[in-house]
Structure formats: structure tokens, C-alpha cells
Design a protein around this ligand. Sequence first.
Ligand code: ADP
Ligand code: MG
Length: 482
Amino acid sequence: MEWETVIGLEVHAQLMTRSKIFSGASTAYGAAPNTQACAVDLAMPGTLPVLNEEALRMAVKFGLAIGAEIPDRSVFARKNYFYPDLPKGYQISQHDQPVVANGYIEIDLEDGTTKRIGIIRAHLEEDAGKSLHEDFHGLTGIDLHRAGTPLLEIVSAPDLRSAKEAVAYLKKLHSLVTYLEICDGNMQEGSFRCDANVSVRRKGDPCFGTRVELKNINSFRFVERAINYEVERQIDLLESGGQVVQETRLYDADRNETRSMRTKEEATDYRYFPDPDLLPVVITSEFIESVRKTLPELPDAKRDRFMEQYGLSRYDADVLTSTRELADYYEAVVRAAGQDQAKPAANWVMGELSGALNRDGIDITASPVSAEMLAQLLQRIADNTISGRIAKEVFEAMWEGEGSADEIIEKRGLKQITDVAAIEAMIDEVLAAHPKQVEQYKSGQAKLLGYFVGQVMKLSGGKANPAQLNQLLRQKLGSAGE
Ligand code: ADP
Ligand code: MG
């Protein structure tokens, strides 16, 4: 029996406002527990919330970037539930009139096609506090300083058909909100969190199966694993005659399994009603236009431009535009090195540079090798001062802070040998030292050419120009078997 997976994702993106969504309290990360929740965030009697306009601008900016509708009126509602980290007893959210509706983003599939994923809605809400279970023996700590932090909840349509598609969607969304500078995208700090709704159905069945909501998945890798585990669990259950229960399950990354947390609440459980303390939000077309002016070049547009302007493959352009910082770095390299270096620049940024950044856990904005430094290195390869192999050594030295490419080439004496007489002298020396191999080569062992190249390279300390060396060596030896 063939099964089909159906997934819809709910992403909470923490908006990068300086103050909370309904109060002037700071949103800075890492403050001491309970120091950043003010009376408004805790809904003390006598306080009134006031909407932070910046949070609204960010939500509208997102809506415009996904081609969504921005209704001229949206409403904040109270979502009532009891939990220790929500002492006021309700969360201010949006229910049936969200600020953003009916948008989409496009993802690239493995077979090279693109697929449109619907975004049903995106609504503004406040974050709750946090329960801390680890630090206290036999007790739970409550830290309320996150209470009132603005979140944009982004709800996809059930359009995703595999864990891989879910990850592609999530990465695309992550790239989008960071491009828009509305969310810092930091998954470890919880600025970008994902819940996955997962169900399976028999192929061809027009109805969706019962879904399970997976909580607590805080990395791209875990999203894929958690969904795959859950899909297997549901298929096993159904094939052995059981039924999937609609519930919320927690993903345990250590054990790679999901566990039941609670049965799924229905909307009615939350007793939503319009928050009487907040007026409906009225959005004018002037407001929308003023936000539209702040839209940057978006990831898809940038990728297409990179393909066009720099002659890159879709894959390379996609990697290089995955973050705004990486794209800016790449363009700075090409600006400094010249348009003819666009392709080598892509290779070096995606290869050596990204490798070194990953290895040392450094962000591109803090790279010890600046775009201008990398550009100079590329120019030295292009003008034959050094070979591509030596360039790797120079790169490592730049990375270690030894100076610019030119300084390192000079100091270490790495300049490539392009003098014909000098290369010939080394060839003669090598051939004279290996008469037996020369005989073998002449009697037909053509592959010995590589051996001689290696010997001369070694003698030159890796500095002989490879193209010249090959050519001169062939001239000296004649072709094999002659
Ligand atoms: P709720 O109001 O209970 O949160 P929604 O209808 O708003 O439910 O859907 C929440 C998420 O669940 C959306 O991302 C949606 O795409 C997804 N979803 C809905 N039905 C299914 C299903 N049968 N299988 C997988 N995902 C689903
Ligand atoms: Mg929901």
C-alpha cells in the first residue's frame, strides 16, 4: 500500500522590535530572569496594552513579501488557557481576522522543479514566559521576561508532501524573514520556532488523515527526523488496524522519537474573544505603501539576478543568496576582483571560505579574510603569480592573520615560477636523476608523465606554473612510445 505524507507548518518568528508588542519593556535577549516583564506584560489591574507600530510594520512587510492580502482591518483576540508561564490566563493573539492572509512562497524540489506552498495566514501575538525545568531540583522555575515579546505566527497550508519539502520550506521562510530584517532567525535562542502538523493518507484518497502536531523542533535537522519518525509511526499504526489520535506530541531529539503530550485542543477550548482593551487595527493604503518602500531585494529575485549578472548556475546562485550577508560578501569580492572573476569567486566563497567559517564557527560578517582580501588572492591566480594550489596555502595564512595575499606571497616566497629557462633546468635535473623511468616512458608507459610533473613540482616547492611545466615536459620527452 502506498502512503502519502501531508504536512503543514506553523512557524513562530520573533520580531526584532526593541520593545514588546504592547508595552515599552525591552526585548533584549539574555537578561536576568523576570527583569524585563513590566506591569502591562503581566496584565496587572489598571494597565492597558498599546500596539507597537513597529511590530505591525514588520508583519505587513512580511505580508507584502509573500504576495498576501493585507486586510484593512484586523483584530486582536484573547486566547484563554492556564499555564504557569502565563499567569494572566490569556495570550493576546489574533483569531479570525489576522493581519496577513493568503500568501505563498516557492520552494525548489530535488527534481529541479519549483513548488508553490500556500501561507494561509500570519498573525501577530505576544509570547508567554518560560518554564525552566533543569536548573531547580524538584521545582520548576518561571521566567517571565519573554512575556509580551512580539511574535509573527506563520501558518502554511497543508501543501507539503515530505519531510524534505518541509525543510526546504522552512529554510526558505528563514531566509525570507532574515532578508526582511524582521527576525534574527536564531533557532537556538528560540527566535524562529517550528511546530509541524503531520498526517498520512492512502495515495489517491481525496480526504486528509487525522493529524498530529509535533512541538519542540528547534533545528532544520530535527524537523526532518521528527517528521520521518512520526510518518513511520502513523503508517505502522494504520497498517496494523489502529487509528491516529489527534494530539500534540513532543519530539525528543536525544531518543529520536515523539511522545504524546496532550490531546489536541479545539479552537473552542480557548474561548477566543476580541480583546476589549485593544481597538481593531485599521490599515490604510498609505501605511501599506510606506512599508512597501522598505522592502529589500528578496531572495528569489536576488538568485535570478545572480544567475543573469554573474553567469552562475541556479544551484550556486541559490547557495550564495541563502543569506543577505553571504550575498553581499560575494558581490563585494566580484566588485573588487572584476566581473571576469565571478565564477572563481563563487567557487572560493562556497568552498574555502565557507569551509573555514564552518570549521571555526565564525559568522561571515566576522570573517578574518575580507572580501577585498579574497579578491586580491583571485587576481593573483588570474595573473599567474600563484597557482590555485599555492593559493590555498595563501588563503590559510590570510585566515591566520598573516596579512594580505601580496604580503604573504612576498614574505613566503610563493611567487610562481614562469621563467621557461628555470623550469627547463628543473626538468633536466629530474630527468637526469631518473633515467630508468625515462626509458619506461619512452617505451610506452605514458602515465609516467604525471610522475615527472610531480617530481618537478616538488623540486620547485610547488611553485612551477603547472600549464608551462606540462607543456615543456612534453616537449622534452616527446610522446610516449616514440
Ligand atoms: P488549528 O486551528 O487547530 O491550529 P489549522 O486549521 O489552523 O488548525 O491548521 C493548523 C496547521 O495544520 C496548518 O499549518 C495546516 O496546514 C495544518 N493541517 C491542517 N490539517 C492537516 C492535516 N490533515 N495534515 C497535516 N497538516 C494539517
Ligand atoms: Mg494553530
